[in-house]
Design a protein around this ligand. Structure first.
Ligand SMILES: [Zn+2]
Length: 216
């Protein structure tokens, strides 16, 4: 009987330790989502696919944040989507799985990396989106937008913008921003976006915005 109790207490305490360590991990976890991937290229130009640029920036952001002591969970680290091959509606499944991934990790915050496009090729510059009813989302977006405008020397900065229709903003638990790094439809910016040093600058600016928001 004594032994049973002892074993029971041991099993219980192991579970407690597991829960506590999971909570501790979540308390310094940031989810970085590289938009699109696999069969979904996102925006495409003659020479560029959005999914590739997103992944490059996302990986650099991961590196930056890990260097600052955070635990980073990536929704993808390769050219794959979050859907099962052969599923009828891959895009829907992909988005649902991203939302589920974020829900499981219970991170401090999530940043989803994308590139923008517009019919008028003169339009350029980074822009950060947050869920319109999220006060914290707005604060984070303003920090990231400010850092990007400064570090990327943006001539005519945009305002971080609230949105209620983007699936990821609407459905994700916790604080989430969509970071549109720049416009693939602006020739100058498209040139910059594929350069590794510029991608690093973006990652650093987004990372610094996150640190600023977290009060570091
Ligand atoms: Zn996109």
């Amino acid at each position: 009987m004594g032994v049973m109790l002892l074993v029971g207490a041991f099993v219980l305490s192991r579970e407690v330790v597991q829960v506590v360590s999971q909570n501790r991990l979540a308390a310094r976890t940031i989810v970085v989502d590289a938009g699109h991937g696999g069969d979904d290229p996102g925006m495409v130009t003659e020479t560029l696919k959005e999914k590739d640029l997103n992944l490059e920036v996302a990986k650099k952001l991961q590196e930056y944040l890990e260097g600052q002591g955070y635990h980073v969970e990536m929704t993808r680290t390769e050219d794959t989507g979050l859907y099962q091959e052969g599923t009828r509606n891959q895009k829907v499944q992909d988005m649902q799985n991203r939302v589920a991934f974020i829900g499981e990790k219970t991170p401090l915050l999530t940043v989803s990396i994308h590139q923008n496009s517009y019919p008028d090729p003169s339009v350029k510059g980074p822009q950060v989106f947050y869920y319109e009813d999220s006060v914290e989302g707005e604060k984070l977006a303003e920090c990231i937008q400010g850092q990007m405008d400064e570090k990327l020397e943006v001539e005519r900065p945009r305002e971080a913008k609230g949105n209620r229709t983007y699936y990821l903003l609407k459905k994700s638990a916790g604080i989430l921003n969509i970071v549109e790094c720049g416009f693939m439809t602006n020739p100058e910016e498209a040139e910059l976006l594929q350069r590794e040093d510029y991608q690093e600058k973006i990652a650093e600016a987004v990372g610094k915005g996150i640190l600023e928001y977290l009060g570091k």
